[in-house]
Write a protein that binds this ligand. Structure first.
Ligand SMILES: Nc1nc2c(c(=O)[nH]1)N[C@H]1C(S)=C(S)[C@@H](COP(=O)(O)O)O[C@H]1N2
Ligand SMILES: [Mo]
Length: 239
């Protein structure tokens, strides 16, 4: 199990699962070790780097790969499904093609992880969550949305009014490419105004519930209302 360090804290006990993300031209065998060293260096230094030079190091274009499970199945064209159920009139299952056929929204905002790293101006593109909620017919008894993932472990939550915001997407593309497996492809949640832990990777389930059910990291101490700059004891600039 990989774990995120505490918000604003040191990277203790972090065992990142690095895959091939961001290794670029650095070969294969030696690269994970190198990347791990770089990670722990950046974990301590990036927050306080007055020069901004740590942002230029080859750590995956500024992104770090996180997964709470040691492996995640790959899903694609034929076997990916997204289910919307719970307190809805019309439970629905979408294929990738069906999601692609819906109107797509593109947004370019900064990404901010609660551990401190930030990636400027990152394009995300996908279907507005509000559109999927409207199509499913949310019942008046619903007050929140629970998100589950095909890694079998991660989960997230939003209140219904947060979920209906225009800047919350069921994202199919990131950085103007189809979402890679490492970044949570083929489909991840994207919650633009909140810390990146809200943006659940490998999204497979959207369930309407009466009340918020705290997600994976929220059960482990992260704020459920994860507004960038006004939660988790941090004061980052809004995204
Ligand atoms: N399924 C799943 N989604 C997840 C996570 C995870 O471990 N599993 N980590 C979250 C956290 S804390 C961050 S910062 C981002 C990291 O996204 P990236 O791997 O694309 O950089 O994914 C979020 N979504
Ligand atoms: Mo994060």
């Amino acid at each position: 199990m990989a774990s995120e360090p505490e918000p604003g804290g040191t990277p203790i006990g972090r065992r990142l699962l690095l895959g091939t993300l961001g290794l670029g031209a650095l070969g294969v065998a030696a690269a994970p070790t190198l990347q791990r060293g770089l990670e722990s260096f950046l974990g301590g230094a990036a927050d306080k780097d007055p020069t901004g030079l740590t942002g230029l190091l080859p750590n995956g274009g500024g992104f770090r790969y996180y997964s709470v499970t040691s492996s995640v199945p790959k899903k694609g064209e034929n076997d990916y499904r997204l289910t919307i159920d719970g307190l809805v009139d019309r439970p629905t299952t979408y294929t990738l093609d069906e999601l692609r056929a819906l109107p797509q929204t593109r947004m370019v905002r900064d990404v901010q992880c609660v551990t401190g790293w930030r990636v400027p101006d990152t394009p995300f593109e996908g279907v507005r969550l509000s559109q999927l909620l409207d199509a499913a017919g949310v019942r008046s008894s619903a007050g929140a949305v629970r998100f589950t993932c095909f890694d079998g472990a991660y989960s997230e939550s939003l209140t219904l009014s947060q979920a209906r915001r225009d800047d919350v997407l069921v994202a199919l593309r990131m950085q103007d490419k189809n979402l890679s497996h490492s970044h949570g492809g083929p489909v991840r949640l994207y919650v633009a105004p909140m810390y990146f832990y809200k943006s659940a990777k490998w999204l497979s389930g959207i369930t309407l519930t009466s009340d918020v059910r705290p997600g994976y990291w929220e059960k482990r101490g992260y704020d459920v209302d994860a507004w960038v700059g006004r939660s988790n004891g941090r004061d980052d600039e809004v995204t």
